[in-house]
Design a protein. Structure first.
Length: 203
């Protein structure tokens, strides 16, 4: 169980890095470790939330995306031992490497906002990061009033994703007639609408 290169995480980051390395040198002895059976193309979640894309099309089996020549270890990394160039997995034991690439993505921490987990579990709020099909359901059921879109102040996957669903929802709702006053609000904790200097405008 020794590899020249071990990659932790077969998401977009891990798979793309692996593909680039193999393209440069097909003889590299590389393993990628991830327990996930399915890989999801997250950028399309925005469109699913707005009813413009089918969720099934965002899914691929992880196996189908692992570049030929690389080994997929279907396991979860539980410990890192950088001093020994080694890591522990839940089922496959210890694996050693010459080089390690960590690409395990982000974990949504709903508990950083009091009441958020409860609200998500009860279906009172929806999130494109969790279940975009539910977002689309809620959008279709919207009866008017305040539709509030927001985003966390912490690092998130895709800084633009919370805004994109707000704009797509606004576009969907603009042709509907509501009996009560209706506002679509994008509430951001920052002072700029998008952080990239070339395109940012103040909110
Ligand atoms: C709604 C939404 C819209 C987006 N829109 C865009 C967009 O328009 N444009 C854009 O560029 N980006 C967009 N993104 C962001 C983009 O999809 C992510 O940045 C990208 O998927 C991150 O890839 P990743 O490999 O870092 O993480 P992930 O895709 O999350 O993959 C991490 C992998 O690591 C595995 N893993 C985690 N821990 C372990 C462990 N201990 N052991 C083994 N495996 C582990 C997980 O199972 C997972 O498969 C969007 C994201 C979302 C959620």
């Amino acid at each position: 169980m020794h590899y020249q290169i071990v990659i932790v995480g077969a998401g977009t980051g891990g798979i793309m890095t692996e593909a680039q390395l193999i393209k440069k040198n097909s003889k590299l002895n590389i393993a990628i470790i991830d327990p996930a059976e399915m890989h999801y193309y997250h950028p399309a979640f925005t469109l699913v939330g707005a009813g413009a894309y089918n969720m099934d099309k965002t899914k691929r089996t992880t196996a189908s995306l692992i570049p030929a020549g690389a080994k997929w270890i279907k396991d979860f990394v539980s410990e890192l031992h950088p001093d020994e160039n080694a890591l522990e997995t839940q089922k496959s034991g210890k694996i050693t490497y010459d080089y390690l690439i960590l690409s395990p993505g982000l974990v949504n921490n709903l508990d950083l906002i009091e009441g958020l987990r409860d609200a998500v579990e009860k279906g009172v709020v929806c999130s494109n990061y969790i279940d975009p099909e539910f977002t689309w359901k809620k959008l279709q059921e919207f009866k008017g009033g305040n539709a509030i879109f927001t985003q966390p102040s912490t690092p998130i996957k895709c800084g633009g994703a919370p805004q994109k669903i707000a704009y797509l929802a606004a576009d969907y709702l603009k042709n509907k007639t509501f009996t009560k006053p209706t506002n679509i609000v994008f509430a951001t904790p920052g002072t700029v609408i998008f952080g990239v200097a070339e395109i940012r405008t103040t909110s």
